[in-house]
Ligand binder design. Structure first.
Ligand SMILES: Nc1ncnc2c1ncn2[C@@H]1O[C@H](COP(=O)(O)OP(=O)(O)O)[C@@H](O)[C@H]1O
Ligand SMILES: CC(C)(COP(=O)(O)O)[C@@H](O)C(=O)NCCC(=O)O
Length: 311
C-alpha cells in the first residue's frame, strides 16, 4: 500500500522526538533516573525522545475527552465521568508492560496529576488448573486461554464508572494466577490496560455469544511492534533473567529451569517461543496491529525506530 493510502502518518524517531519541544515538559535528572527503577535497561533517551511526546499527545486527547464528558453531563443533566482507557497490545516480550509502566509514571506527572491505574490482561487468564483440565496449557496467551466474560465485565464496569473494581493478578514467576491477590481500582481518571489481546475482537476469539469486546471500550490503543528475530531474542533473554532470579525460590515456576544445565533450559525456551508465543503472534496478535491508534516500531535494544499515528 502506498504511503498516501495508509491510514497512518509515519514519523521517524527524530521527527517524533521533535514533537516534545513544542510544549517542553521538563523532567529533572532525578525524575528520569527514578523512571529507570521501572526497568534498569530502559534508556533515558527512550523516555525523552519517544515516551514524553507520546504522553504529551495522550494528555491532549484525555483533556479533550473530559471536555466531551462535561458536554454529555450537561446534556444528560447529571454527572457523567468515565475513565479514559489506553490499551497496549503486542507480542509476548515486546515490552508492553515496560511501556505501560513508563506511560503511567509520565501521565501521573503531568500538572493535572491524574489518577492512573494499570491492569494487565494476564490476570484474566484461566488458572493453570483449568488450562490443564481443558488440555490447553500449550495455548496460554491464545484467545481460548482467557476468561473473556470476566475480562469484558471488568472493562465494562470501569467504563460505566463503577467506583470500586478488582482485577485478578497473574505472576510470570509463579506462572499462574495468584490466589487471594487482586488489584483494587478506585475511580481512576485513566486506566492503562496492557495485554496481548486488547485489540482482538469476538471474531478473533471465535466468541459466538459476545458481540462486544475489550477493544470497544478502549479510547486510544498502542501496538508495540518489532521484527520476529528481535522478539525471539527478548523472550529468550527474559527467560534467562527469570531463570537466574529463580535459583533460590522453590515456588517459582522457573526454579526447575534453574536446576538443569543452561543449554537444556535454552532448548526448552526456544521450543516454547516457537510452538506457543510465536505461533500466537502470527495467528492472533499481529493481525490486530492495524487496528491500533498508534504503532511503536522498535529495533535493536528496544530502541523505537519510528512511530505511526492514525490520521
Ligand atoms: N524499553 C526497553 N528497554 C530495554 N529493555 C526493555 C525495554 N522494554 C522491555 N525491555 C525488556 O524486554 C523484556 C520484555 O519486556 P516486558 O515489558 O516484560 O514485555 P511484555 O510485557 O510485552 O511481555 C524484558 O526483559 C524487559 O526488561
Ligand atoms: C502470560 C503470557 C501469555 C503473557 O504475556 P506477556 O506479554 O505479559 O509476557 C506469556 O508470558 C506466557 O506465559 N506465554 C505462554 C508460553 C510461555 O512463555 O511460557
Amino acid at each position: 500500500m502506498s504511503n498516501q493510502l495508509s491510514p497512518y502518518m509515519k514519523f521517524s524517531r527524530q521527527e517524533w522526538a521533535s514533537l516534545r519541544n513544542a510544549v517542553p515538559m521538563t523532567l529533572s535528572v532525578d525524575e528520569l533516573k527514578s523512571l529507570q527503577g521501572i526497568n534498569e535497561e530502559l534508556s533515558l533517551d527512550e523516555v525523552t525522545d519517544i515516551y514524553l511526546p507520546l504522553s504529551r499527545l495522550l494528555n491532549y486527547y484525555i483533556g479533550n475527552n473530559f471536555t466531551r464528558q462535561a458536554i454529555l453531563a450537561k446534556f444528560l443533566g447529571k454527572n457523567h465521568k468515565t475513565p479514559y482507557i489506553i490499551g497496549i497490545a503486542g507480542s509476548v516480550a515486546v515490552g508492553k508492560s515496560t511501556t505501560a509502566r513508563v506511560l503511567k509514571a509520565l501521565l501521573t506527572r503531568w500538572p493535572e496529576h491524574r489518577k492512573v491505574a494499570l491492569v494487565t490482561t494476564d490476570g484474566f487468564l484461566y488458572p493453570n488448573k483449568v488450562l490443564e483440565e481443558r488440555g490447553i496449557m500449550h495455548k496460554k496467551g491464545f484467545p481460548q486461554s482467557y476468561d473473556l466474560k470476566k475480562l469484558l465485565q471488568f472493562v465494562s464496569d470501569i467504563k460505566s464508572g463503577v467506583s470500586h473494581v478488582s482485577a485478578p493478578v497473574y505472576s510470570h514467576l509463579v506462572y499462574d494466577i495468584v490466589e487471594n491477590e487482586s488489584v483494587e481500582i478506585e475511580s481512576p481518571d485513566i486506566l492503562i490496560l496492557e495485554g496481548l489481546n486488547v485489540l482482538q475482537n469476538p471474531v478473533d476469539c471465535h466468541a459466538t455469544s459476545n458481540r462486544v469486546f475489550v477493544s470497544d471500550y478502549v479510547d486510544f490503543s498502542i501496538y508495540v511492534d518489532a521484527e520476529r528475530p528481535l522478539l525471539h531474542d527478548w523472550y529468550i533473554n527474559r527467560f534467562l533473567k527469570f531463570r537466574a532470579g529463580a535459583f533460590s525460590d522453590p515456588n517459582s515456576y522457573f526454579h526447575h529451569y534453574s536446576q538443569i544445565p543452561e543449554t537444556e533450559a535454552l532448548k526448552k525456551a526456544e521450543h516454547i517461543w516457537k510452538s506457543i508465543n510465536e505461533l500466537n503472534l502470527l495467528e492472533n496478535i499481529l493481525p490486530t496491529r492495524e487496528r491500533a491508534s498508534l504503532i511503536l516500531t522498535k529495533s535493536v535494544d528496544h530502541r523505537v525506530d519510528n512511530v505511526q499515528l492514525r490520521k
